[in-house]
Design a protein around this ligand. Structure first.
Ligand SMILES: *[C@@H]1O[C@H](CO)[C@@H](O)[C@H](O)[C@H]1NC(C)=O
Ligand SMILES: *[C@@H]1O[C@H](CO)[C@@H](O)[C@H](O)[C@H]1NC(C)=O
Ligand SMILES: *[C@@H]1O[C@H](CO)[C@@H](O)[C@H](O)[C@H]1NC(C)=O
Ligand SMILES: *[C@@H]1O[C@H](CO)[C@@H](O)[C@H](O)[C@H]1NC(C)=O
Ligand SMILES: *[C@@H]1O[C@H](CO)[C@@H](O)[C@H](O)[C@H]1NC(C)=O
Length: 413
């Protein structure tokens, strides 16, 4: 699995260089005129590679419109705002302290955007903003990881009632914060689109999946209309073997090794899946919610792949030079951002908001934030390290500081 990630421009597409040149030119023009800068610095529209043009942009004060997703981790000795005692909902797989993680320095960092401050998460402020509203996380176990981080951060103020959840099926959860009439839900849908197994009794890993790229997964789509905020994500599951269907017909496959089926890349399926998910939201008659794309969460296997002894035993952030987004992760990231931009444009016409919750750059340099060998129950195979999910508490809590900041901006607070 590729862990190196880079926010520099991709090597080939000349069109993208042209975009950068145009943006730089625009900045140059603006610097010598008095057009307000925020026009160009909306966090939801600046391309990822802008962060590396820092020599020019670094001199500009963006004020309240700074891009909070570009910055660095700074030491913060106070550490996390919760523990596995104040938050009893931590899933064992992410309860690193319970399973013996010996170091805690990884908790003592906070994200510092280049041109502004990202306030620490404030549970009461969050709950006041979402009073009477509902929020849903749609995606894989990382979506749930994100939701549990939110639950733990909010636990300092209030604990929700688990009134609707199916205790035996943690893939679908609905919580309600009675005092705030706030509903929090998570929907399991790792591919976003309709998926079926080709051999339900086959091995867990590397199971061949039928993906219906133009049909949304009704597990979430049938319920989503009533939600005010929808946080969509998808990632690792697309690395596996899949047969792609469109209009009910096989169009190709990824790693399926079947005769007569055209080989496609996983990026093909990934793009279509996001396109279909966003289109579903755009076309739902009664959906008035704000949609967030939570961008790719990087994995950090070192010294081997995930099933070949790979691990992640670092204890602090690394420099941007040491770990960068590249390879498949960069392409997945760019693919999903492009689809979000397309939905954002279409949403404008229909009065629906689409926003980028761009956690990738911050997380690329946090190989220390994963459970590694400290996320497994005793009865599980401890030889496989988890360098995909994130410890709670941990750097993933910053995703909710971002989310709160975005909600404040959306509601003009
Ligand atoms: C919390 O973490 C401590 C180690 O810091 C561990 O001993 C304890 O079992 C954990 N408790 C729970 C409820 O997870
Ligand atoms: C709670 O919020 C929902 C919308 O999410 C609304 O329909 C309902 O009337 C609210 N209930 C109360 C008691 O305020
Ligand atoms: C809870 O989930 C299990 C497993 O998915 C399912 O068999 C059961 O019918 C569900 N129960 C309810 C009340 O939804
Ligand atoms: C698809 O790729 C596999 C291995 O990557 C190869 O064995 C197979 O022949 C390819 N199939 C086609 C139709 O090109
Ligand atoms: C644990 O996983 C490793 C790596 O996949 C495998 O070689 C080993 O046989 C597994 N052990 C058990 C007890 O399942």
């Amino acid at each position: 699995m590729v862990l190196v990630i880079d926010f520099t421009p991709p090597k080939n597409p000349t069109q993208k260089y042209t975009t950068i040149q145009l943006v730089l030119l625009a900045f140059a023009v603006i610097l010598f005129s008095s057009v307000p800068l925020y026009f160009f610095t909306n966090t939801s529209s600046s391309p990822p590679w802008l962060s590396f043009t820092s020599n020019l942009i670094g001199t500009i004060n963006f004020g309240n419109n700074c891009n909070m997703f570009r910055g660095k981790w700074v030491y913060y000795p106070n550490g996390a705002s919760y523990t596995n005692v104040t938050c009893s909902e931590i899933f064992d797989h992410q309860n690193c302290m319970k399973f013996g993680r010996p170091d805690s320095e990884f908790l003592k960092w906070r994200w510092k955007p280049k041109q502004c401050e990202l306030p620490l998460f404030d549970a009461v402020q969050f709950l006041e903003l979402v009073r009477g509203k509902s929020m849903a996380f749609v995606g894989d176990s990382l979506g749930r990881n994100h939701m549990e981080s939110l639950l733990c951060l909010l636990a300092s103020a209030v604990y929700p009632e688990d009134i609707v959840s199916n205790k035996t099926d943690s893939r679908f959860k609905i919580w309600i914060y009675l005092n705030y009439n706030f509903t929090l839900a998570s929907f399991w849908s790792p591919y976003l689109v309709k998926a079926t197994e080709t051999e339900p009794n086959g091995p867990t890993y590397n199971r061949l999946i039928n993906l219906y790229l133009d049909e949304t997964n009704s597990d979430w789509a049938a319920e989503i209309q009533r939600f005010d905020y929808v946080i969509i994500s998808a990632g690792r599951w697309f690395f596996g073997p899949q047969i792609f269907y469109e209009n009910g017909q096989i169009v190709g496959c990824h790693l399926c090794q079947r005769n007569g089926i055209k080989n496609f890349t996983m990026f093909y399926g990934y793009r279509k899946a996001f396109g279909t998910a966003f289109r579903t939201l755009l076309n739902l008659k009664n959906y008035r919610g704000i949609t967030f794309l939570r961008t790719l969460s990087p994995a950090h296997f070192e010294n081997g792949e995930w099933n070949k002894g790979g691990e992640c035993k670092r204890t602090g952030p690394v420099s941007k030079l040491e770990m960068k987004l590249d390879g498949a992760d960069l392409e997945l990231y760019e693919t999903q951002v492009e689809e979000l931009k397309a939905a954002e444009r279409e949403g404008k016409v229909k009065g629906l908001k689409f926003r980028l919750l761009d956690i990738t750059e911050a997380m690329v340099v946090r190989p220390d934030g994963h459970p590694n060998h400290y996320g497994h129950r005793a009865d599980e195979n401890g030889t496989i390290a988890d360098c995909v999910h994130w410890c709670l508490p941990g750097p993933i809590d910053t995703w909710n500081a971002f989310l709160l900041h975005m909600l404040k901006k959306i509601h003009g607070k």
